[in-house]
Design a protein around this ligand. Structure first.
Ligand code: HAM
Length: 456
């Protein structure tokens, strides 16, 4: 657990003479692992959100937003004390009353807490929820790994059926297909069996590694004590050799879990979703049982996975609720954007400027203000050179804005009740009357208005 540093008051303790020259304040930058989401990123993010909402709506999901911060127990009980997230990566702080609070490192635990808190088990089941939220993990920042990142997350609670697991994987794949990057990923799946199956298997692993402990990596030696399942996840070559000789998880699955897993795979084939079975896939969070899956980058494997998920039938009880089956997945927005950029996908952006209204003189400015706002009301994107810049400077601004047309209101034009309409692409211009100018320029543009209605 990472304790966030307590704020300290800056106070000088020395008696040195005070320097009366005012110092230039130092530049403040984002914290390590945190980043501004600039307009270029937002175009990709909007496209991802659209795909997520669209796919979610098609399958009856409703959106939920849980608080950014929860009581620490929500995460420590859910993800497991031994998980990397809980043991090393949580942003935890103490409230004034001494309560431990944590910035959410993932979405599932908070959503299950909300399901219990709002008595959602009394609603028709299953309850299907999705969220698009920032998450926080005190990870070592590197490419595709941040301390604040964003997840799109889908959860289905209150019903257990292999067809739901298959639909979750199908949904993740379809979203990536919509975003044109499904050909860059591999879906890896496995079954962890029930909690009891897993417990028996962990015991068998402890026995197996008992006299081989000294040959394991330092990390895996620690994992042997807390959660031997995580040794299967180790990237260390020597660990991997030992793992290849260790008992296999599939030999510990109950007939029910085996049948469940077989049916999930059967449904995936039926839905034409390509997948790889991966016996070593155990996931890094403790709440999983039966189906687990990850969406890997084809070229990097487990490193920087795009998404992951699985079934977590025991989680609601761990958080004080009634037994409630659950299954879901999350995908990292930053990693999806990375893939979209690498494959040259340009998201559609509606941020283009259609008209730039340039003006001179008080009368020109008033007219320009009116024309600019009228064009906006009619559903067009219009900017105005509203400062006191010269006409030359305003036309430069028009050019930089990417406007298709400039409407020029010089002092002479305004006196004569006219304006110059300049085609910024072709460099041609014409004189048009100020009367009904909006209609004239809209006709020249020949595009549909971008109208926003609350019913949409
Ligand atoms: P997770 O595998 O820990 O699963 O995270 C899901 C995805 O979030 C990862 O595959 C990755 O794309 C992204 N991600 C995780 N950490 C970072 C980071 N530091 N920087 C950038 N992206 C990151 C979960 O969180 C589960 N709650 C998924 C789930 C939902 N299971 C059931 N329902």
């Amino acid at each position: 657990m990472i304790e966030i540093e307590k704020a300290t008051t800056e106070k000088s303790t020395t008696e040195e003479p005070i320097d009366i020259k005012p110092k230039k304040p130092s530049k403040i930058q984002t914290l390590r692992g945190f980043q501004d989401l600039l307009p270029d990123f937002q175009d990709y993010y909007t496209m991802i959100k659209k795909a997520v909402r669209h796919r979610g709506r098609q399958s009856g999901f409703k959106r939920i937003t849980t608080p950014i911060m929860e009581e620490t127990a929500v995460f420590s009980r859910s993800l497991g004390e031994s998980s990397d997230v809980v043991s090393k990566e949580m942003f935890t702080m103490t409230s004034r009353s001494g309560k431990l609070m944590t910035l959410k490192p993932e979405a599932t635990a908070g959503i299950v807490r909300a399901y219990i808190e709002h008595g959602m088990h009394t609603l028709p089941q299953p309850v299907q929820l999705y969220s698009i939220e920032p998450q926080f993990r005190y990870d070592r920042p590197q490419k595709g790994r941040f301390r604040q990142f964003h997840q799109v997350d889908f959860e289905v609670l209150g019903m257990k059926d292999p067809s739901i697991d298959a639909q979750m994987i199908h949904m993740a794949y379809k979203i990536l297909e919509d975003l044109q990057i499904s050909d860059r990923v591999d879906i890896q799946i496995n079954s962890l069996g029930s909690a009891e199956n897993r417990e028996e298997y962990m015991e068998a692993l402890r026995d197996f590694f008992f006299d081989k402990k000294q040959h394991l990596s330092e990390d895996s030696q620690a994992r042997l004590e807390i959660n031997p399942l995580r040794i299967l996840d180790s990237k260390d070559e020597d660990d991997q050799i030992l793992v290849s000789m260790a008992p296999k998880l599939k030999d510990f699955l109950s007939p029910e879990s085996k049948a469940f897993y077989e049916t999930v795979k059967d449904y995936l084939r039926e839905l034409n979703i390509p997948f790889y079975e991966n016996e070593g896939l155990v996931r890094g969070l403790d709440y999983y049982c039966d189906t687990v899956f990850e969406i890997w980058d084809k070229s990097q494997g487990a490193q920087n996975a795009i998404g992951g998920g699985g079934r977590y039938d025991g989680l609601a009880e761990l958080l004080g609720g009634v037994p409630t089956p659950g299954v879901g997945f999350a995908m990292g927005v930053e990693r999806i954007v990375g893939h979209m950029k690498d494959s040259g996908i340009k998201p559609a952006s509606k941020d283009n400027v259609q008209f730039f209204v340039a003006q001179l003189g008080e009368e020109g400015k008033k007219k320009a203000l009116k024309i600019t706002t009228n064009l906006r009301d009619l559903g067009f994107h219009a900017l105005g050179g509203m400062g006191k810049s010269s006409m030359k400077a305003q036309l430069k601004m028009a050019d930089k804005s990417g406007a298709r047309w400039a409407i020029i209101l010089g002092e002479i034009e305004v006196r004569e009740n006219k304006a110059i309409l300049r085609d910024m692409k072709l460099g041609k211009q014409e004189i048009i009357p100020l009367e009904n100018i909006e209609q004239t320029v809209i006709e020249r543009l020949g595009e549909k208005p971008d109208i926003y209605t609350l019913g949409d």
